[in-house]
Design a protein around this ligand. Structure first.
Ligand SMILES: NC(=O)c1ccc[n+]([C@@H]2O[C@H](COP(=O)([O-])OP(=O)(O)OC[C@H]3O[C@@H](n4cnc5c(N)ncnc54)[C@H](OP(=O)(O)O)[C@@H]3O)[C@@H](O)[C@H]2O)c1
Length: 301
């Protein structure tokens, strides 16, 4: 599923192109699934050209789960038949086959269907890096996950719980049950309740996964605490005792492998809200643009 120009969802089209050939250090993957990420909309609209290099035509799909079918020169760590997942810097997984650098891939979890594991890379890595690298969540902390019903949120709640935190999560009615199942200690229904009214004491950490309302978060944090935002940068007044961090996810196979281990151990569950045929990709983009999606949607070629 490729775009030849930037624009609305109608620019996404099904193309029949030759199967790619793995170069040195690469493998060819028979794709079991990719997953939708909100950044795909920005890529498609041409808004992320300053962040990611894009050559048109561009094949969408930054997450991959699949089976190695061929290895390129110099690849000794993977072999045909290996089940792998990864985050692809240049996209390409919205296809039947994709090539990827072998050193960006890790073994897929055994505990979930291979296609479902496409839900892990981008959302899981972002949550991992927010919780452990940027917020440094530790046992006993009060952590607010703002936007827990989304793809990153499901991982963030479970990872913060895994770290031993007390987790407060914002979620609407359609996501509240899932977020509670993932271990949240308190749910705030953002559709009815202002955050400031629902919190009885400040939090140590805010993980902000939502675009709107970020400026209201700083007063909820205790002095010395931190707001980590993966969407818009949050600004703090001069001399504020609260630290604000904004970051962009990066590939780290040690983080990805650690996530896979937690999935296999049953400590982290995947929130696959829908499995759609890959040819529905434009429709999934439209659903996401009108806020009709939640959790992770996987797309199966
Ligand atoms: N910095 C990075 O490197 C990086 C990496 C990946 C993604 N991102 C960005 O991170 C954001 C989240 O990504 P995602 O994949 O988790 O998105 P997503 O799955 O599309 O998030 C959708 C969810 O957002 C929730 N939501 C919407 N408005 C809300 C509000 N006002 N308060 C609380 N929850 C709200 C909805 O929850 P309910 O179902 O509860 O209504 C919905 O389930 C996106 O903006 C994405 O572009 C950044």
């Amino acid at each position: 599923m490729r775009i030849h120009r930037y624009g609305d969802a109608s620019v996404i089209r099904l193309d029949d192109i030759p199967r790619p050939v793995p170069g040195p250090g690469e493998v060819l993957i028979d794709v079991a699934a990719t997953s939708f990420n909100p950044s795909d909309i920005g890529l498609r609209r041409g808004l992320l050209r300053s962040v990611f290099r894009i050559d048109l035509p561009y094949t969408l799909g930054g997450d991959v789960a699949g089976t190695v079918v061929e290895v390129g020169g110099g690849v000794h760590t993977l072999a045909a038949g290996d089940r792998v997942i990864g985050r692809l810097d240049g996209g390409g997984a919205a296809a039947e086959y994709v090539t990827a650098a072998a050193d960006t891939l890790v073994a897929a979890p055994d505990a979930v269907p291979l296609a479902h594991a496409a839900a892990i890379p981008i959302a899981g890595l972002t949550a991992w890096q927010a919780v452990f690298e940027h917020a440094g969540v530790t046992s006993g902390q009060r952590v607010l996950v703002n936007g827990a019903g989304g793809g990153i949120g499901g991982f963030a709640v479970q990872l913060a719980k895994y770290a031993g935190a007390h987790v407060i999560a914002t979620a609407g009615p359609r996501s509240a049950e899932t977020v509670l199942r993932f271990g949240a200690d308190q749910i705030i229904d953002y559709t009815t309740t202002p955050l400031a009214d629902a919190l009885d004491e400040p939090v140590d950490v805010v993980l902000n996964l939502v675009v709107v309302g970020a400026e209201t978060l700083v007063p909820l944090v205790r002095p010395g605490g931190v707001v980590v935002s993966v969407t818009v940068p949050v600004t703090t007044p001069a001399g504020s005792p609260v630290t604000a961090v904004h970051f962009v996810v990066r590939n780290d196979t040690s983080h990805l492998a650690a996530l896979v281990k937690l999935v296999d151990a049953g400590a982290v569950h995947l929130d696959v809200s829908a499995s759609r045929p890959l040819t529905d990709l434009a429709s999934v983009h439209r659903d996401a643009e009108s806020a009709r999606t939640r959790g992770k949607i996987i797309l199966v070629p």
